[in-house]
Ligand binder design. Structure first.
Ligand code: ING
Length: 317
């Protein structure tokens, strides 16, 4: 019996700095309905989907920073999305800025949750690879202050098997944006048997300091990261952008669904709210996992120690 899951990438167009959560959540709900109409039973939304990508702004007032964070999930603004998910029987990945008290201390993370088709939160991931910088850089026309506003995620890269035939009883994993560029992200989930990686991203089309890659090359790097991750770990990936001109900064689109072969199954054509969907045959993952990338048969961990014992590169003299 084939294990199939129909999944949708729900790409968002811009969210302006003062766009209320209720307005944003309505956009997410509209896309969830459209995805359901396409047969999808799982929706992937972008990173920090509930607000603009606020790390582009330097805010000295932490009370203002905290207006972009959620202290409860679901909260009043997001409860309608969970209610719709339960009504339609659709699970979802949602990226958001999480503020939480642990052992009496407040922490802020760039977080994603996995919600099942009964609208129950069954998984959480906190972004490990935080790009950018932690202090205001006056040379930049816009900032990238993830290292200022978020702590490094403390949950590792887990995987979850959702025991739901409508979801193909899939082994799922999550990551967020910059994580996709690091092979370690994919391999840890690969070692945990991942079959479907869900990820949201907010990637500017241009480098704030000029130079760097042009938009076309950035789109190429986005798909390259997903294609390599999928091929080398025998999994599918759904990568979903927040795109378009957001408060004066052009954010790239390029949302796509990638197969274990590394082939792009479907991708968005616009930079706005757009739903793409595909039916994934999860048993296809087994070809990679049992032949080329049969980890048990072919990996030689006795030679890999440096990957976790050393951070920076040390080239020979
Ligand atoms: N954004 C970007 C990303 O990794 C970036 C940062 C852009 C890094 C381009 C390198 C090159 O897609 C987030 N939010 O991580």
């Amino acid at each position: 019996m084939a294990r199939n899951v129909t999944v949708a990438g729900c790409q968002m167009g811009p969210v302006s700095r003062n766009e209320g959560r209720q307005v944003v959540v309505k956009r997410l709900m509209d896309m969830m309905r459209a995805a359901h109409a396409k047969g999808a039973r799982l929706c992937v939304f972008p990173e920090t989907a509930l607000t603009t990508f606020f790390p582009r702004w330097y805010m000295p007032d932490w009370n203002e920073v905290d207006t972009f964070f959620e202290t409860e999930m679901p909260g009043p603004a997001t409860r309608p999305l969970f209610d719709l998910a339960a009504e339609l029987g659709v699970g979802f990945y949602l990226g958001y800025a999480e503020k939480i008290q642990e052992n009496g201390v407040w922490h802020r993370y760039n977080t994603a949750i996995l919600v099942d088709r009964q609208a129950k939160i069954v998984g959480k991931y906190r972004k490990v690879h935080l790009p950018g910088h932690s202090e205001l850089d006056p040379k930049r026309p816009w900032q990238h202050l993830e290292k200022r506003y978020f702590e490094v995620g403390n949950l590792g890269f887990p995987t979850w098997r959702l025991h739901d035939p409508e979801l193909g009883n899939a082994v799922m994993g999550m990551c967020i944006c910059n994580d996709r560029r690091w092979p370690e992200t994919w391999r840890v989930m690969g070692l945990r048997g991942v079959e479907l990686v869900m990820l949201g991203y907010n990637t500017p089309s241009w480098n704030a300091l000029g130079g760097g890659e042009d938009p076309k090359l950035r789109l190429f790097h986005n798909q390259l990261s997903l294609q390599a991750g999928c091929y080398q770990n025998g999994c599918y990936a759904v990568g979903v952008a927040r795109a378009g001109l957001e408060d004066g900064v052009e954010m790239m689109a390029g949302s796509c669904i990638v197969a274990p072969s590394g082939e792009v199954m479907v991708e968005t054509r616009t930079s706005g709210d757009e739903v793409i969907a595909a039916t994934l045959d999860l048993d296809v993952c087994q070809f990679n996992k049992s032949t080329i990338f049969n980890f048990a048969a072919h990996r030689r961990i006795e030679h890999y120690g440096i990957i976790t014992s050393q951070t920076a590169a040390t080239p020979p003299e």
